[in-house]
Design a protein around this ligand. Sequence first.
Ligand code: PNS
Length: 161
Amino acid sequence: MKLAVYPGSFDPPTNGHIDIITRASQLFDRVIVAITDNPNKKPFFNIEERKRMLIASLKNIRSVEVDSFTGLLINYLGKKKARIIIRGLRAVSDFEYEFQLALMNRKLSKNIETVFLMPDEKYTFLSSSMVKEVALLGGGIKDFVPSIVERNIKQKIKNGQ
Ligand code: PNS
């Protein structure tokens, strides 16, 4: 049984994340999408809100489950008896951070491997932070995120976040 963990902040989930999860689900028997807060980023949605949006957006992929964790990713992998981390690579600009993260995780736990997947090229410009910025400034985000995410962002902005 090949198990992989796709960690991230998913704040909010975008179509690029869904594309990576779909690809991962075709390569692994089970994929756990693991949400956590990135200490370098101020959260827009809380973890429960992100979890609900991901579950709704992934309801058609049966081999995927959505979970959350705190603390080190490698400890979470240990708890789940997983050794594969999935990360998406959109462009060369992602590489440096991803390279550091992958090697740090391998240093912390030598059995961990990081597998990089590339999304469809139509998503290479997409990021959660850009989606938030566009939405906050009144731009349309329909093409970039699942419909539940679009609704929730609009609602949050309407309610003054
Ligand atoms: O979607 P993101 O914000 O790029 O994801 C980054 C994430 C969540 C994968 C990374 O911050 C992470 O693994 N956080 C958990 C803490 C940890 O294990 N850090 C790695 C060693 S520095």
